[in-house]
Design a protein around this ligand. Structure first.
Ligand code: DC
Length: 218
């Protein structure tokens, strides 16, 4: 007997909108595997910088993307803004995106540990990586709220940064991610969109679970 195709839940949205928290929460509640695709781009961006390269150089970035190993996703510093800014630069290079596509699609088709589904978060999961996802969520929040969340997170990790720097870097990253020609950040036509500016993580999770139940078995 053929086993059922894994259920895919796509969670897209801009930086610090609450995608990661929601995606991890959904994966936990549903017993699904979780993939943070931002980590793939961060790992490529960080490696380019570590080798003294320019993240906007297509040849260097694409070669690193093609040679990326699962262990590279464990490197220290991938959560820092240095890696985030480099990630957003390598992410605008079509050859980098296509080199990372198979890894993401394989994860969706065969989630680790034979999980019955996968929750995948990023910028283009519902539009490009898994356009047939059973459920597509697009999570956003105002730039002010997202910058405040990011500031709290960075300071919580002991980093000394100013609110103005965080807001400026986030605006630059938003503009690059939404303005690039290849797979720009935008909601899929059939995505369920939620602004989390005034909502806590538990409320967001409950609302998303209700959507998943409705869509998955419709
Ligand atoms: O989700 P994140 O902040 O970790 O992502 C870091 C950068 O990687 C983001 O600014 C844009 C890029 N990215 C992308 O282009 N496509 C994805 N699916 C995930 C991330």
């Amino acid at each position: 007997m053929m086993s059922a195709r894994p259920v895919v839940i796509a969670v897209d949205g801009p930086a610090a909108a609450g995608k990661g928290t929601l995606a991890r929460g959904l994966a936990d509640r549903l017993g699904f595997a979780y993939l943070d695709t931002g980590l793939l781009y961060r790992a490529v961006g960080a490696k380019v910088l570590d080798r003294g390269g320019d993240p906007a150089d297509p040849a260097v970035a694409a070669a690193i993307a093609r040679a990326l190993k699962p262990g590279d996703l464990e490197s220290a510093g991938l959560r820092d803004d240095r890696a985030a800014a480099a990630a957003s630069r390598v992410a605008a290079i079509p050859a980098v995106r296509s080199a990372l596509l198979d890894f993401q699609r394989d994860f969706a088709a065969q989630p680790p540990d034979a999980a019955p589904g996968a929750v995948i978060d990023g910028r283009d999961i519902g539009t490009v990586v898994c356009p047939d996802a059973a459920v597509k969520l697009f999570i956003t929040a105002s730039a002010r709220v997202r910058a405040a969340r990011r500031l709290r997170e960075l300071r919580g990790r002991g980093l000394s940064v100013s609110a103005a720097t965080v807001l400026r870097e986030m605006a630059a990253r938003d503009a690059r991610d939404a303005g690039r020609t290849v797979a720009p950040l935008k909601p899929a036509a059939d995505a369920w969109c939620l602004d989390t500016s005034d909502l806590g993580p538990n409320t967001v999770l409950s609302l998303a679970l209700a959507v998943v139940e409705q869509r998955q078995f419709a």
